[in-house]
Design a binder for this molecule. Structure first.
Ligand code: IMP
Ligand code: MG
Length: 189
């Protein structure tokens, strides 16, 4: 296989990801001194959540939601793992890996509002705002990115690459063509 022209650029190193979590942790702690419920969207947000939560010196409860897309163009979503916590009357921050079209976030914000949360705000590691289909407000943004597929630090392509410690940009076609070889190359720094 010939080498792709634009191979696997690093978008954010582990140290830059840590700095983002620190900055957002400071902002959230300042805004919610009484504490907050973090609702993380599985699975892409796990690394970000793990870093973020350790930057929050305020009372903090964690819960998880998993959604699955279905239907024509996979534009409809349903809950496959629901919340365990009661969020009525609570201040909730939804933690996401990336906001792309905004469909997922819009769904989450509505769901949590329907559960009677006192307030609901989004915190996204990445914002690919150029691809938005639905206008959504994101209270805390790690980094705005261009229209490129990213993997690593929890983010996947077909369930692979979540375990890379940095965020990498990669063409999905290249990744799908030779997944194992690409994984080797992604691990090489
Ligand atoms: P949205 O509903 O279009 O905003 O999509 C958000 C979800 O799509 C995210 O929570 C991710 O799971 C997934 N996603 C979108 N872009 C990427 C990407 O570049 N890498 C990995 N996952 C992505
Ligand atoms: Mg995914």
């Amino acid at each position: 296989m010939s080498e792709p022209e634009q191979p696997l650029a690093t978008l954010l190193e582990a140290s830059e990801l840590a700095a983002i979590a620190r900055r957002l942790g400071r902002e959230i702690s300042r805004d919610y001194p009484e504490g907050v419920v973090l609702v993380a969207l599985l699975k892409g947000s796990i690394c970000f959540l793990a870093d973020l939560v350790r930057e929050l010196p305020v009372p903090c409860e964690l819960d998880f939601l998993a959604l699955s897309a279905y239907g024509d163009g996979r534009t409809r979503v349903r809950v496959v793992k629901d919340l365990d916590l009661e969020v009525a009357g609570r201040d909730v921050i939804v933690v996401l890996d990336i906001v792309d079209t905004g469909l997922t976030l819009a769904y989450l914000l509505r769901l949590i509002a329907l559960r009677g949360a006192r307030s609901t705000v989004a915190c996204a590691l990445l914002d690919r705002e150029s691809r938005r289909l639905l206008p959504v407000e994101i209270g805390y943004v790690g980094r705005v990115i261009n229209d490129e597929h990213v993997v690593g630090y929890g983010l996947d392509l077909d369930e692979r690459y979540r375990n890379l410690p940095s965020l990498r940009v990669a063409d999905p076609a290249d990744l799908r063509a030779e997944p194992s070889e690409m994984f080797e190359r992604l691990l090489r720094r």
